[in-house]
Design a protein around this ligand. Sequence first.
Ligand SMILES: Cc1cc2nc3c(=O)[nH]c(=O)nc-3n(C[C@H](O)[C@H](O)[C@H](O)COP(=O)(O)OP(=O)(O)OC[C@H]3O[C@@H](n4cnc5c(N)ncnc54)[C@H](O)[C@@H]3O)c2cc1C
Length: 448
Amino acid sequence: MTSTASRAGTAHPTTPTAPTTDPRVLVVGGGIGGLALAAGLRRNGFDVVVHDRDTDPAATGGYHITLDTPALAALRDLLGPDHYAGLLASASAVRRRPPDVWFDHRGRLLGDLDVRGLDPDSVDVDRTTLRLVLAAAAGDSLVLGSTCTAVERDPGPDGEVRARFADGSVVRADLLVGADGPGSLVVAHLTGRPASRPAGLTGVSGRTPAGDLDPDLARRLGPRSSLAVGPRGTALYCGYLDPAGFAVLDAPLGRHAVTTGPTYVWGAMLPTATAPAGLRGQRGAVLRDTVLEALRATGWGEAPLQVVTRADPSTVAAYPFVVGPASPREAAPWPAGRVTALGDAVHATPPTAGKGAGTAIVDASVLVRELLAHRAGERTLHTAVSAYEQDVRHRGSAVVQLSMGTVRRVLATATPAGSAATRVLLPVLAASTALRGRLTGGRGTSGG
Ligand SMILES: Cc1cc2nc3c(=O)[nH]c(=O)nc-3n(C[C@H](O)[C@H](O)[C@H](O)COP(=O)(O)OP(=O)(O)OC[C@H]3O[C@@H](n4cnc5c(N)ncnc54)[C@H](O)[C@@H]3O)c2cc1C
């Protein structure tokens, strides 16, 4: 990492001169959390390098990421004013859109959706846009196309740590941070096993411009996010993203904005146990058609499926939901040392609470704060890492619990009791919402 010292030293106009006692930090994984950490350390003049196996930070999947107040505060510190303003200029303000609603699988409105844990001051941003802004802030500390194959430690608490990469290179550091997501190689090195397991649902996401929908359906969906629930453990989340119409800043769109007009960023959910074989290996139009067929087979109507039918095939991708430990005792169970981890590597979080990325970002900011306390002589490196891990155990497992609530509710419709309740309750709920709508002159419903 010798060469990164000079890179970090020129990172920011107000960069303080790093004292020689600063640890050299190696981050494995340049996704959301790893890049946030690298950006924050670089901004503060640390010697940091982040390696990711991807060759292009834009070549990433996912729909939109919700950033709540703690995540935004962390990003403001980690990114600095220019990159932070660029991010907000590409985001859509949650507060400016009407409340989320839920539908059933026939397209009948069931009412307002009580989104647990939703912070009204949150913003939504494309996952790709967020990663691009973070990569710009991480600058030349980011090494792409670099797959870590092994982690090694010399014996003793102060022993040097090393990472080996697929091209045969070896990088030495004083602190190695695994930000390599669920199934983390770094966490497997620390504990002997991965820290996550399948959550039971497989997600397929895609993007559909609102203008590509039939006007009647676009009107019914409205400029709001929704969740449609169906039988046999199926659901369809439809996030509404409009960084221009629901702008956060009075400023031109940010240069990394992927979404430039009203767009539904959707995610279909299917129980992994009954999802069509081979779904994970498919992409594009083939994957889109497989999902449509699977949802139709469980009784979904054509109207709610139109967002999927009309999606841009190049945006359609599948990914499994994985989940980490839901109790602080099981999270980051290794003794503090010179190898640690953050984000999904510690607390893999299904996207159902919209908190996974935000939590990884807050992890990064807590670790930067602790390393600054170490620099100030308030903590040894060991106690700084230990304080960070203590914090991440509690915050991370709480978010895992929150996100699994929705996963369990969706999967419950696949049980015999849940399936019977869905059959009986959804039409009743839809009818009562329609009646309320007629009496109050408010939103109505129509079948799909
Ligand atoms: C494809 C995808 C789509 C998602 N979509 C959404 C969404 O729409 N909404 C939502 O709320 N959450 C979504 N999530 C989850 C959310 O993005 C994560 O919770 C959040 O990104 C966690 O950040 P992280 O840095 O811990 O992990 P990640 O952002 O997943 O980053 C991990 C990084 O490590 C790299 N990596 C892994 N192994 C190695 C290795 N051996 N060597 C080098 N690099 C390695 C990977 O390439 C990846 O870039 C998605 C996750 C993925 C993977």
